[in-house]
Design a protein around this ligand. Structure first.
Ligand SMILES: Nc1ncnc2c1ncn2[C@@H]1O[C@H](COP(=O)(O)OP(=O)(O)OP(=O)(O)O)[C@@H](O)[C@H]1O
Length: 251
């Protein structure tokens, strides 16, 4: 594990709407996602998990505060620079897979590199494809793949360019529990074996148990963290948050 964070937010505030309808989805959130670690973001529905992930990943902007990928502050970039940075340094895995229907698995996996004009590193791609176990499906289009296979392709696509950080938004939400466990084990392996950095939003305590750290959000604020989380410790913390008792100060 390296010490510098792969990404971080400093006093990040996000307000949607204005006046009476304003929603403060993030309220001065300061959090770091260390390089070479697997972090789960958890918390009740509406706590701001997706907003935090989208802002840190550069898919959305903060109202005030700062967000960094490595040492680069996203607020200082032009739209074009931000697009380049996302392509070069960030991988995404979404609940809904987000594969391009007209492209086969191989084309989907290499699409971000094609768009960035980057040459794939064959050795790396081979190890990613073998680890996710979809070598015999590379010429298939998404409609010809099972949900689990589609998510493997999506995970391989996120890893293909060896990004600085991978953001996963409920990556197992649409999968049966066995396939979900395989995808989580693979994300875990990407961190342990391939030294990737993964930040995952999840509702599932069993999924969070694959992470090195679980960070909790409640009402747009950091409400605690657990190192080496287990399903049990996460569940206990979730029930405290659901009761409305934040545990700030116990970080
Ligand atoms: N585009 C938007 N416009 C207005 N309000 C929004 C918008 N997106 C999110 N919100 C509000 O911001 C708050 C945080 O939403 P967010 O989706 O980040 O929560 P979450 O923790 O990811 O929730 P869930 O677990 O239900 O997905 C919620 O109150 C939500 O209604």
């Amino acid at each position: 594990m390296r010490d510098e964070p792969a990404a971080r937010a400093v006093a990040a505030t996000k307000v949607y709407g204005a006046g009476d309808a304003a929603v403060r989805a993030l309220d001065e959130v300061t959090v770091a996602f260390p390089a070479g670690r697997f972090t789960a973001i958890m918390g009740p529905s509406g706590a701001g998990k997706s907003t935090l992930m989208h802002c840190v990943a550069g898919l959305d902007t903060v109202t005030s505060g700062q967000v960094f990928i490595g040492e680069v502050e996203l607020g200082e970039l032009t739209d074009r620079q931000l697009t380049c940075l996302r392509r070069e340094r960030v991988g995404f895995v979404f609940q809904s897979f987000n594969l391009v229907p007209a492209l086969n698995a191989w084309e989907n996996i290499t699409l971000p590199m094609t768009l960035a004009g980057a040459r794939p590193n064959r050795d790396w791609l081979d190890s990613v494809i073998d680890t996710v176990g979809i070598r015999d499906r590379l010429s298939h289009r998404p409609a010809e793949l099972s949900g689990g296979q589609q998510q493997r392709v999506a995970v391989a696509r996120a890893l293909a360019g060896r990004p600085q950080i991978i953001f996963a938004d409920e990556p197992t939400g649409n999968l049966d529990s066995r396939t979900g466990a395989e995808i989580l084990a693979f994300l875990r392996e990407a961190v342990t074996e391939l030294e990737q950095t993964v930040v995952m939003v999840t509702h599932d305590p069993a999924a969070a148990a694959y992470a090195d750290t679980a960070v909790f959000l409640a009402d747009g604020r950091i409400a605690g963290r657990i190192e080496a989380p287990t399903a049990r410790t996460v569940l206990d913390r979730m029930s405290v948050l659901a009761d409305g008792g934040t545990v700030r100060g116990r970080r």
